[in-house]
Write a protein that binds this ligand. Structure first.
Ligand SMILES: Cc1cc2nc3c(=O)[nH]c(=O)nc-3n(C[C@H](O)[C@H](O)[C@H](O)COP(=O)(O)OP(=O)(O)OC[C@H]3O[C@@H](n4cnc5c(N)ncnc54)[C@H](O)[C@@H]3O)c2cc1C
Length: 409
């Protein structure tokens, strides 16, 4: 396979590189000798910076958002008429790859990746007018309220109830695992509007200001002692009826909207490769004193992880090739998600193992922590990767039925 760029693609790649070189704020650039880490998405990154109490972090987040907004690159996949860059899937792939190479944080979070595309397809002109531009300027951040204590993989079982009352809906219930709700300004949620209808047909898609009276966001601390997600409670929350997206009771289909987003997961493959390279550099110098005594066995495992990382690159190329032909990846995306998330877990385990007992040092600033304890943090932080975005068991069901043609169990 020849994966090299065409002349136009090479030109675009150079454009992205030059932009990053000129505009990426200094504090977002990887520092020599420091690990860049692979897992900031749920607990930090740009969303956390913009709500930080440190004015420098806020200013940096704004500077990066402004630079991307001026270039029209906050939403690379959105059509141009809605303020996106309208990039083709191959261009998005190049853009995502280069941003990941530079460890540049993405801006806009779920507003860009989920709510925006949904509004573009299902929103009224007023809803688009009100919300899209505020996502594109990096002014408003969104959180997703889908999962509930009794509705995860079987999401259509959700029970949070919305009852129409004049020009408003009154919402009662609970969401869980609401990532970044503590940094978000607005929430999009699936709620039950018709409890009598078959479960997929009684659901509506609603948006609400997260500060609406009656909404309580409570932190859930994960096993890495980080605050990434929350429980979100609704007690007689009054939401204007104009915040319904699409038709009442059609929310399931509204929530499943996909735009022409590049879905290769290339950023993961890039960050694993970079993580290996950073580790290799460290091992040439200071890292020697942290190595476990029987390092040779880990060396072989690291070689396996390096090979698997290259396999992940090929899976990513496969997905983007399917998309660039105008097709929608099906079970192939499930293969990618399953292999990528499990590789992430294996990789961080192998990397941690290399340091023997030093791997247990959790404090990033400790002199006993190799590479600022990046690997042990990643070891813990990679656990949920096989749960979110469709658990790996669900992905395996897809591979078994749609990929292998096996009968449903
Ligand atoms: C880090 C993180 C961030 C998240 N962020 C958000 C967010 O922002 N907003 C949001 O709404 N949700 C979020 N979620 C929730 C996520 O979508 C759910 O955790 C996921 O859908 C699984 O649901 P569940 O946790 O209820 O597990 P369950 O669905 O109860 O599953 C439990 C176990 O049973 C398995 N299982 C379930 N059904 C089947 C089946 N049919 N066949 C085989 N095995 C099955 C699952 O794979 C899993 O191992 C997040 C989760 C995590 C871990």
């Amino acid at each position: 396979m020849d994966w090299s760029d065409s002349p136009e693609q090479a030109k675009f790649r150079q454009e992205v590189r030059t932009f990053i070189q000129q505009k990426l704020p200094e504090s977002y650039r990887p520092k020599a000798g420091e690990a860049t880490g692979e897992d900031e998405g749920f607990t930090g990154g740009w969303q956390a910076d913009r709500k930080s109490t440190d004015p420098k972090r806020v200013a940096t987040a704004q500077q990066w958002a402004t630079a991307l907004a001026e270039q029209g690159w906050i939403a690379p996949a959105w059509p141009k008429e809605y303020g996106g860059a309208g990039l083709s899937t191959i261009e998005q792939f190049i853009y995502n790859q280069e941003m990941a190479e530079a460890a540049a944080p993405s801006v806009g979070g779920m507003g860009v990746s989920m709510l925006g595309p949904t509004l573009i397809v299902h929103g009224s002109p007023e809803q688009k007018q009100e919300h899209l531009s505020r996502i594109l300027s990096g002014e408003v951040a969104w959180a997703q309220g889908y999962s509930e204590p009794g509705a995860g993989s079987d999401l259509a079982s959700l029970q949070t109830r919305a009852v129409r009352d004049g020009d408003e809906y009154v919402i009662n219930g609970q969401k869980i695992w609401t990532s970044g709700a503590h940094f978000a300004d607005w929430l999009f949620a699936l709620v039950r509007t018709d409890p009598e209808a078959p479960k997929h047909r009684g659901i509506s898609f609603m948006i609400m200001d997260i500060k609406t009276p009656g909404i309580t966001v409570r932190p859930l601390i994960n096993m890495g002692w980080e605050h990434g997600f929350n429980e979100t409670f609704f007690e007689d929350v009054r939401v204007p009826a104009k915040n319904l997206i699409g038709e009442e009771n059609r929310g399931w289909y509204v929530g499943m909207t996909l735009l022409d987003f590049e879905r290769s997961g290339i950023a993961g493959a890039v960050s694993y490769r970079r993580g290996m390279a950073e580790m290799k550099e460290f091992l040439k110098g200071n890292g020697k004193s942290y190595r476990r005594q029987d390092f040779n066995t880990t060396r072989l495992e690291l070689a396996d992880r390096a090979i698997e990382t290259e396999v992940l690159f090929n899976f990513a190329f496969r997905i983007v090739t399917i998309q660039s032909r105008g097709l929608v990846p099906n079970y192939e995306a499930s293969v990618n998600k399953t292999f990528g998330s499990e590789l992430h877990q294996r990789l961080s385990r192998t990397q941690s193992k290399a340091w023997g007992l030093y791997a247990n040092v959790w404090d990033r600033s400790s002199k006993y922590a190799p590479m600022q304890a990046a690997h042990i943090h990643d070891y813990v932080g990679s656990v949920p990767h096989s749960i979110f975005s469709g658990s790996n068991e669900i992905q395996r069901n897809v591979i078994a039925t749609r990929g292998l043609g096996l009968p449903r169990g």
